[in-house]
Design a protein around this ligand. Structure first.
Ligand SMILES: Nc1ncnc2c1ncn2[C@@H]1O[C@H](COP(=O)(O)OP(=O)(O)OP(=O)(O)O)[C@@H](O)[C@H]1O
Ligand SMILES: [Mg+2]
Length: 262
């Protein structure tokens, strides 16, 4: 079953055409990795899906259809219902996105209370439960801590926990592991896979790490200069593609946690 269909999409910033004729389909429960060099348009594509392009950014052609409904025509109210609930995003450094002057738990409670009417006490308990599911030790202490009192990996897992609170049907992750050491990277990769297996969440993960991409993904998408240069099943892209650019990109597969992924 198709969950998301991006068809013939162009995206511009101001007058500058950045992403050209993007076509990408994501099935329910499927994990897709977008790889490609810096500036190739990876972040732009997933931000467009969430209706969160930076100022001046606009989808100028094509359509983005989620569960049979165009995302390009949603109003603010419809977005509020969908974003953070059905469709969530994890950013490269969730820690930096968090309010540094408030305890993690207070931010988490506020997030929960924008999505459901629930007592503060119950929202707090829900936050603790989600942090526990992320295998964060001592979730109570983490809720009572300020972001600067947590490690980068802990903050990132708090961000992932928040993104998963409502078991989104679609998770968009932009370099979720880049800021982390390899051990934490491997944990987070495993957690994202677990979420897919448990909840059937579809995931688009943007990463410059081919190791992470190929380990997680069912489908690989290679971007270059705003164009999807190559895409297909993981094994096809890794081992069989005729595309010279992809082959060059795949030549140097990095290792993660001491293990090679492919
Ligand atoms: N807010 C913006 N205003 C104008 N141009 C932008 C803006 N954000 C990105 N761009 C341009 O769009 C192009 C694609 O950027 P994008 O951030 O999507 O690349 P990326 O593939 O995510 O790169 P990276 O791997 O470095 O994160 C770049 O040429 C960039 O300069
Ligand atoms: Mg980016």
């Amino acid at each position: 079953m198709v969950l998301l269909n991006i068809s013939d999409v162009d995206i511009s910033y101001g007058k500058r055409l950045i992403v050209k004729n993007c076509n990408l389909t994501l099935e329910k429960g499927e994990i897709c990795s977008i790889v490609g060099e810096s500036g190739s348009g990876k972040t732009t594509v997933i931000r467009a899906v969430l209706g969160l392009l930076a100022r001046g950014g606009k989808v100028t052609a094509g359509d983005i259809v989620y569960e049979g409904r165009s995302l390009l025509t949603l109003n603010d109210k419809e977005w509020r219902a969908l974003r953070g609930h059905d469709i969530s995003m994890i950013f490269q450094d969730s820690g930096a996105m968090m309010n540094q002057t408030r305890r993690t738990g207070d931010s988490y409670v506020e997030y929960i209370r924008t999505h459901e009417s629930i007592f503060t006490k119950d929202a707090w308990a829900k936050g603790v439960e989600m942090l526990g599911r992320m295998h964060l030790p001592d979730p109570d202490r983490i809720m009572r801590s300020y972001p600067f009192q947590l490690s980068g990996g802990q903050r990132q897992r708090v961000g992932i926990a928040m993104g998963m609170t409502y078991q989104p049907r679609l998770l968009l992750a932009d370099e979720p592991t880049s800021a982390l050491d390899v051990t934490t990277q491997a944990q987070i990769v495993r957690q994202m896979l677990e979420l897919r297996d448990e909840y059937g969440t579809s995931i688009i993960i943007v990463t410059h790490d081919i190791g992470v991409a190929s380990y997680m993904a069912d489908k690989l998408v290679v971007m270059k200069d705003g164009v999807i240069e190559d895409q297909g099943d993981r094994d096809h892209i890794l081992h069989e593609t005729d595309n010279a650019y992809t082959r060059k990109l795949m030549e140097a597969v990095p290792s993660l946690g001491g293990k090679r992924y492919v």
